[in-house]
Design a protein around this ligand. Structure first.
Ligand SMILES: Cc1ncc(COP(=O)(O)O)c(C=O)c1O
Length: 402
């Protein structure tokens, strides 16, 4: 079977494909069809937090699959796997967020959070940040501040406004149901929101009865070192959405809110056939338990600081290609001089045995599995350096920062 030909005949997705057929993975490595080993600094778009084929996940998956994978959506029956996950989440969620609901993707969790915010507040308008990304459903695209995504599917869900991060708080008034924000913009190019701005947003929301929805889909589950990135600012969200790393690779998501808000949620307001299915819950419980017990966040903070220092040195050596580096924990970005350098760098990296994640605004992201060792980081760094050297040879010449 010609895998690439078959897949190409199925239709395009959101991103170009590289001519790479990934067959298997273990830890932070993957292997292609021809047996080539690559370091995976994508984690399947920031998902495989424990790396590929981690024994803890495999064991939870196999034992739960042999028991029961699916029973009707949470609420209709009870499930020990779901209860285990809820107990795990209780130990890591920001204080006050006791009520958890399940979903199957980050977009779905955000969609539900937006929907429930309207119902809880009795208001319709939502504020979001320019350059943000919250998913690809119609409602989440409508609060995603990137014209290249949302403008293709007009009309958007009405009632939303966007502002620059510094101008958002001033727009909060009695008409606003919610503000939705990522603590560190992921798809927008790894841009952290200053803690002071998050606190200001929380204060304005409280003054005007609006809800603060923090989207931790990409940043959650120790990606930035803290279990949830928002906690570094001291802000407690009214609603917090989660996805990606929550189940280490299984499609799964959740959102949590305070008891007081959950009082307004009624039977039938949120659910779905697969929400809270026991298989995903069992794996998520194993992943969250492992992250917590092994204090993976501390490792991410320590190694993440070293990685950022190394990248700063790399940026100076390749200032003709890379104009800035930034990030927190294992959510790191190389900002290039121009958008049209992103794809060539991604391809050259792959040829040198390193998979990286291209994103908007001339940025290439590094999102390795959270158990990456320092030796594996050094290997990745040397491959990145080799790729930049090759790119320089291809496109010599200076450029200005975008
Ligand atoms: C911050 C954020 N929110 C929501 C989403 C959407 O999640 P999903 O792709 O699981 O629907 C993403 C995906 O990249 C994301 O980064």
């Amino acid at each position: 079977m010609d895998v690439m030909q078959v897949e190409d005949s199925l239709g395009v997705t959101v991103c170009r494909r590289q001519p790479l057929v990934i067959e298997r993975g273990e830890g932070v490595f993957v292997w292609d069809q021809t047996g080539n080993q690559l370091l995976d600094f994508t984690s399947g778009w920031g998902v495989t937090c424990l790396g590929h084929a981690h024994p803890v996940m495999l064991s939870a998956l196999a034992s739960q699959a042999a028991r029961i994978m699916q029973n009707p959506n949470s609420g209709f029956t009870y499930s020990p796997a779901r209860a285990r996950l809820l107990l795990e989440l209780r130990q890591v969620l920001p204080a006050g967020l006791q009520r958890v609901y399940f979903a199957n993707s980050g977009a779905e969790a955000n969609d539900a959070a937006l929907k429930l915010a309207r119902k809880i507040t009795g208001r319709q308008r939502v504020l979001a940040v320019q350059g943000s990304f919250h998913g690809r459903t119609l409602a989440t695209l409508s609060v995603s501040g990137s014209a290249d995504n949302s403008a293709r599917f007009l009309p958007s869900v009405p009632g939303n406004d966007f502002a620059d991060i510094t101008g958002l708080a001033a727009l909060i008034n009695q008409d606003i149901a919610a503000v939705i924000i990522e603590p560190v913009q992921g798809e927008g190019g790894v841009k952290a929101v200053p803690a002071g701005i998050l606190r200001q947003l929380q204060q304005r929301c409280r003054e005007h009865g609006a809800l603060l929805i923090i989207d931790e889909v990409q940043t959650g589950f120790c990606r930035t070192g803290d279990f949830f990135a928002v906690t570094a600012s001291g802000v407690t969200p009214d609603i917090m959405t989660m996805g990606k790393g929550i189940a280490g690779g299984l499609p799964f998501a959740a959102f949590a809110m305070t008891d007081a808000l959950a009082g307004a949620v009624e039977l039938g307001d949120h659910g779905g056939t697969y929400c809270g299915n026991p298989l995903s819950c069992a794996v998520a419980a194993a992943v969250v338990g492992y992250l917590r017990e092994q204090q993976v966040g501390d490792h991410v903070k320590t190694l993440g600081r070293i990685m950022l220092q190394d990248l700063l040195a790399l940026q100076q050596a390749f200032a003709d290609i890379v104009c800035a580096v930034r990030g927190r924990g294992f959510m790191l970005a190389l900002a290039l001089h121009a958008d049209d350098q992103v794809w060539p760098l991604t391809e050259v990296c792959a040829r040198h045995g390193l998979m990286v994640t291209p994103t908007r605004n001339a940025v290439v992201r590094l999102l390795p599995g959270l158990l990456l060792t320092e030796a594996e980081w050094r290997l990745g760094l040397s491959r990145l350096q080799a790729a930049l050297l090759e790119l320089r040879a291809q496109h010599s010449g200076q450029a200005q920062c975008a």
